[in-house]
Design a protein around this ligand. Structure first.
Ligand SMILES: [Fe+2]
Ligand SMILES: [Fe+2]
Length: 130
């Protein structure tokens, strides 16, 4: 079973956003699989991929929220910036050999992603149809 399972409750019914979210789920699952296989040397590279995909997704989403005049765009964008900051810190710690529990990183990523979609992203879903 996947570490982080996709469910239709995560759908915003916006094809690009949903595809990007699924891609982020896949990267988090890949991260967890690599830990399970004991290939921790790979984790830094997966973190690089995740940062690229997350940054692109956040830029896309922020443009979209502006286009649909979503009123909470500033607060929402701030949560995106906070995550980017946290990911960069984890990446630096992983690169410099600082103590990082890869399992807790995987757990953090899965929780952040699912909670963010359910609490923050779904909040703009209603504005997509107006
Ligand atoms: Fe978001
Ligand atoms: Fe999102």
């Amino acid at each position: 079973m996947a570490f982080l399972s996709w469910h239709q409750r995560f759908l915003l019914d916006h094809p690009e956003v949903d595809a990007q979210h699924k891609m982020l789920f896949e990267i988090v699952n890949h991260f967890a699989d690599v830990i399970r296989m004991g290939m921790d040397d790979e984790l830094g590279r997966i973190m690089d991929d995740l940062l690229v995909c997350v940054t692109e997704h956040f830029e896309f989403e922020e443009r979209l929220m502006n286009q649909i005049n979503f009123p909470e765009v500033a607060d929402h964008s701030r949560t995106h910036e906070e995550l980017i900051g946290q990911l960069r810190q984890m990446q630096t710690r992983m690169r410099t050999g600082g103590h990082v529990s890869s399992k807790s990183v995987a757990r953090f990523l899965a929780d952040w992603l699912s909670n963010h979609i359910l609490r923050e992203d779904l909040a703009y879903k209603g504005y997509l149809k107006k």
